[in-house]
Design a protein around this ligand. Structure first.
Ligand SMILES: N[C@@H](CCC(=O)N[C@@H](CS)C(=O)NCC(=O)O)C(=O)O
Length: 204
């Protein structure tokens, strides 16, 4: 049942690592020497031909080539872990299906909408403002983004993706005044105080 996470210091591998730490899922971390370009060489290119981290090998599953399943893209990895290790979508009812769909929505939002808005903030400040204002109105600090979908919904992949992306704000946009977005500010503070998040951010 071995899981091997490939990453490197200060990379998006920390997002996946946070999920694994938070859910106490056993894994092996393979930290690549990215300064030396290890991620752009074999044998890592066999795992992610695009030469980027994170990547995951899940020995519990067999890929189309008969080898243990290899996955790249943090969002795909989070969805895989949420389904098969975090067991977030158990049960046959509509609630489980809705939780799966909404989790995909939030993971894709974090990676395809929120992260680009943050990284392009200087060239498109009005876009960042619009996205943060809408997100602020939907976030309730301490509650999962999926709260209300079938009883008590614990912290999960949707929260991991969105909160980890928001946690980049103090690093990448230290001068951004968060006072108009109280829920976002509180969420960033709460994320930074989670022991599992701090373990995930530790340089290996
Ligand atoms: N959308 C991808 C982005 C992956 C990505 O760009 N990873 C960076 C580190 S955060 C990387 O590996 N960069 C090395 C390079 O491009 O050489 C994901 O979320 O997994």
């Amino acid at each position: 049942m071995t899981l091997t996470l490939y990453g490197g210091p200060r990379t998006r591998a920390s997002i996946v690592r946070w999920y694994l730490e938070e859910k106490a899922i056993p894994y092996t971390l393979h930290s690549l020497d990215m300064q030396a370009g290890e991620h752009r060489q074999e044998p890592f290119l066999h795992i992610n031909p695009f030469g980027k981290v994170p990547a995951l090998v899940d020995h519990a599953f067999t890929g189309a080539d008969g080898e243990p399943l290899r996955l790249f893209e943090s969002g795909a990895i989070l969805m895989h872990l949420a389904e098969h290790r975090g067991r977030e979508f158990e049960g046959s009812g509509a609630d489980a299906a809705v939780r799966r769909s909404l989790t995909a929505q939030w993971v894709l939002f974090a990676n395809a909408t929120l992260a680009p808005a943050l990284f392009l903030a200087e060239s498109r400040p009005e876009e960042l403002h619009r996205i943060l204002t809408a997100l602020d109105s939907l976030l309730v600090p301490g509650l999962s983004l999926l709260a209300g979908v079938g009883g008590e919904v614990p912290w999960g992949a949707a929260d991991c993706a969105v909160q980890a992306t928001l946690a980049y704000i103090p690093l990448f946009l230290p001068r951004l005044d968060l006072s108009p977005w109280q829920a976002i500010g509180a969420t960033i503070a709460a994320t930074g105080s989670r022991a599992a998040f701090r373990r995930a951010m530790d340089q290996p």
